[in-house]
Design a binder for this molecule. Structure first.
Ligand code: B12
Ligand code: SF4
Ligand code: SF4
Length: 266
């Protein structure tokens, strides 16, 4: 429900599932297998998922029905899922919630952001008869391909998907898999900002030219990050990503970028 519960300081304009082009999976029967509640019609349930995610700074990032015969991951029943809803962030909205949670965790917890995401999204999945999966699950699930289909996003020259509103400052923290189909009204479209970007500063800012015609030169980037000269990227984030003029209002604060860079270079 737009604006119903969103204590997070970062605006999350995708918080309405209807803006994301979604309706509730048609097979939904209510919480914990109970009969549908008369007081909560089926059309309320997708907003309820958004409302359950919102206090954690998380938003729905669109969804899709798997095609017949597609190699879909197992849903809650163990049979191939029929639909997926992507969960993530636009801007750094989960950060304060994650940080507060992290203070309560043992020091040195490995992969804290994944653990936090799995905890929150897993609880929401349990409430809505879904199965939670993570972008870090192995083998990797095709989150970016799903996002492309769900919201019509296209890759930037950096490999990160470009969002017309959030620019490069968005990510996926998990997904909800369902045994039933979702009715999709429309998907968010819009011109791909990179098509109109003539200067493409993202491609000329990396000090070691890690974005090449053959793709991202991971070793070159990490080699730089591990050298004394890499401090600027480590502390302030990827210079190429920061050079993009789109969605700058959603740019992650330096603290958040440093957290991701530390994980990336580890
Ligand atoms: C492995 C991985 C990497 C590897 C290799 C990427 C690659 N060549 O595919 C490395 C370590 C290089 C990497 C780096 C980064 N990654 Co990464 N990565 C992944 C991961 C875990 C799996 C990718 C994969 O193989 N998927 C399996 C295939 C089958 O799925 P797919 O959707 O079809 O795959 C697409 C991607 O591989 C993409 N792609 C191809 N080349 C590249 C290159 C880069 C740099 C990226 C980001 C994507 C990408 O194109 C494919 C077709 O659409 C995904 C999460 C996920 N499950 O998808 C995150 C993911 C793609 N990464 C992400 C991010 C943000 C990053 C970083 C910016 C790291 C960070 N800590 O912030 C950096 C970018 C570095 C830079 N300086 O710009 C985000 C992208 C979000 C978005 N807005 O699109 C994802 C989706 C994770 C998330 N939680 O949201 N990543
Ligand atoms: S700088 Fe231009 S080309 Fe690069 S990601 Fe941003 S909009 Fe796209
Ligand atoms: S983190 Fe630094 S070295 Fe790595 S790709 Fe970005 S700008 Fe280049």
């Amino acid at each position: 429900m737009p604006g119903r519960r969103n204590p997070c300081p970062t605006p999350s304009l995708e918080r309405s599932p209807f803006q994301a082009g979604l309706k509730w999976p048609t097979s939904y029967t209510g919480k914990s297998g109970a009969a549908p509640s008369a007081s909560r019609g089926r059309g309320d349930l997708l907003p309820d998922i958004a409302a359950a995610l919102s206090p954690h700074g998380l938003i729905l990032r669109g969804g899709l029905n798997f095609d017949a015969g597609e190699d879909a991951p197992p849903g809650p029943s163990g049979a191939p899922a029929k639909a997926v809803l992507l969960v993530g962030q636009g801007g750094a909205s989960p950060w304060p919630h994650f940080k507060a949670w992290r203070k309560r965790q043992p020091a040195g917890l490995a992969n804290p952001l994944d653990t936090w995401s799995a905890e929150i999204i897993g609880a929401v999945a349990g409430e809505f008869e879904a199965k939670a999966v993570s972008p870090s699950d192995r083998p990797f699930l095709p989150f970016q391909r799903w996002a492309t289909r769900a919201q019509g996003l296209e890759p930037s020259p950096l490999g990160i998907l470009m969002h017309p509103q959030y620019g490069l400052w968005h990510a996926y923290r998990g997904a909800l898999l369902f045994d039933g189909a979702i009715e999709i009204e429309h998907r968010t479209t819009g011109a791909h900002p990179c098509d109109r970007c003539v200067a493409k500063p993202c491609l000329s800012t990396c000090p070691v030219g890690a974005f090449t015609a053959d793709g991202f030169a991971f070793d070159r980037c990490v080699g730089h990050l591990r050298s004394p000269e890499g401090e600027a990227c480590l502390d302030g984030g990827c210079r190429a990503r920061n050079a993009c003029p789109v969605g700058t209002a959603y740019r992650y604060p330096a603290e958040v970028q440093a957290f991701h860079m530390a994980k990336f270079v580890r």
